[in-house]
Write a protein of this length. Structure first.
Length: 97
């Protein structure tokens, strides 16, 4: 459990379009991205000024057997808003490539 209330935990499953809501996706499928990477979330959070901290050795509790990692970011808005902003930033970056 996270002790620092000033941080939000962002799991890959929160923005993964391949996941269902029951599997952990918390934003709409339209706003989510396919197969997000930890580094993409870190870069997007950095650009949004959220001071990301990578924790690659963590496993999402709903799929505890898969160690995909998580990113801690500053709490500047509600979690759903922050996650959506990160996903939109990743989509924006992918379109440029």
């Amino acid at each position: 459990m996270l002790k620092d209330r000033a941080k939000l935990v962002i799991w890959l499953d929160y923005i993964d379009a391949a996941k269902t809501r029951a599997q952990g996706r918390i934003i709409s499928k339209k706003n989510s991205v396919m197969s997000p990477l930890l580094r993409e979330i870190e870069k997007a959070a950095n650009e949004l000024g959220l001071n990301p901290v990578l924790e690659p050795d963590k496993a999402y509790p709903k799929s505890w057997w898969e160690i995909k990692g998580r990113v801690l970011v500053d709490r500047k808005a509600p979690k759903s808003v922050t996650v959506k902003q990160i996903a939109m930033k990743i989509k924006e970056k992918r379109e440029v490539k």
